[in-house]
Write a protein of this length. Structure first.
Length: 315
């Protein structure tokens, strides 16, 4: 379904190795003990997962009884923002119905100044980078399945119209030759992104796992909103577009995207382009040294993609 274009956008981002994370040995003894109590066996090996852009603990734990578990943890004192995010992720995961291709949350520890989430272990790996057509097809099929399972959306999640309300205003802060055109597109976002589907919104390679049978599951449900059913399917394409896949052919054959008016896709791209343009210009946090480079790369991918779709000249 998808071919390769002539111009992938080069990047030096170390995909799969972008996070600086806490290691098992540095967790407080009482938290290590609590985790072992929860999983039911002493931990004999901890394999940190260095993908993503947060500094919290995130490891696959192998136990003496042979079981494996995925555990995330953050200190409420030292990593308050991430502890709050993990707590919110647990709340939102509890809203997902059975059957959604996402790791199941088994338990939550929210005490002793720590937030710890215990997940079922999923035997899988991140999609290859650069993206390859077969894995994009599998991830895309998963996104379509999730959209069907999560329509109508469970209650308790904010709407995309409200969550994205400030994003059109980003264009007031961006020095861009087409800023006025992009701002005009983004200003029309409300009618475009509205809908009744729970949308993950953070669907990219470091939040996906490809299982041995080729199917894909989606992790890190921190930022879901209620919006248009096709949004995840579009957001998924940013990385593949930058890696050189023919995403326009993908859109034309897609069960959700093919029926979306081209202008609506451009509105969504302009909205997200503004967000990444502003985010990439922020200072680099010491706990996440690659996040701004990743945001800048996505900004540049979206810029070239939108310019191509609109027929705007590019340098």
């Amino acid at each position: 379904m998808d071919g390769v274009t002539a111009v992938p956008l080069p990047t030096r981002i170390p995909h799969g190795h972008t996070a600086r994370r806490l290691e098992w040995v540095y967790l407080p003894p009482h938290i290590r003990g609590e985790i072992e109590r929860r999983v039911g066996s002493p931990v004999v090996e901890a394999s940190s997962r260095p993908s993503g852009f947060t500094p919290g603990f995130a490891s696959v734990l192998t136990c003496a009884d042979g079981s494996r578990h995925f555990v995330k943890a953050a200190s409420q004192k030292a990593q308050r923002m991430f502890a709050d995010a993990y707590r919110e992720e647990a709340r939102k995961l509890a809203l997902l119905p059975d059957g959604v291709p996402a790791p199941r949350l088994r338990w939550l520890h929210d005490a002793d100044d720590w937030v710890v989430l215990g997940f079922e272990y999923v035997d899988g790996r991140a999609p290859a980078r650069p993206w390859v057509p077969d894995e994009l097809a599998a991830a895309s099929a998963m996104a379509v399945e999730v959209a069907a399972l999560l329509t109508p959306a469970p209650k308790g999640i904010d709407r995309a119209v409200d969550e994205f309300a400030e994003w059109p205003g980003h264009w007031d802060r961006v020095d861009h030759p087409r800023a006025a055109d992009c701002a005009a597109l983004a200003a029309r976002y409300a009618d475009v992104v509205d809908g009744d589907t729970l949308v993950h919104t953070d669907i990219r390679d470091d939040n996906l796992l490809v299982r041995p049978d080729g199917t894909v599951v989606m992790c890190d449900w921190n930022w879901p909103v209620v919006g248009a059913a096709w949004l995840d399917s579009l957001f998924l394409l940013i990385g593949p577009r930058g890696d050189g896949l023919d995403v326009e052919a993908h859109i034309a054959a897609h069960p959700l995207l093919a029926s979306v008016p081209p202008e609506s896709i451009d509105v969504a791209l302009a909205l997200v382009l503004g967000y990444f343009s502003v985010s990439a210009a922020l200072p680099v946090p010491p706990t996440s040294p690659h996040i701004r480079a990743a945001q800048a790369w996505q900004r540049d991918v979206l810029h070239d993609w939108l310019a191509e779709r609109r027929g705007w000249p590019t340098p």
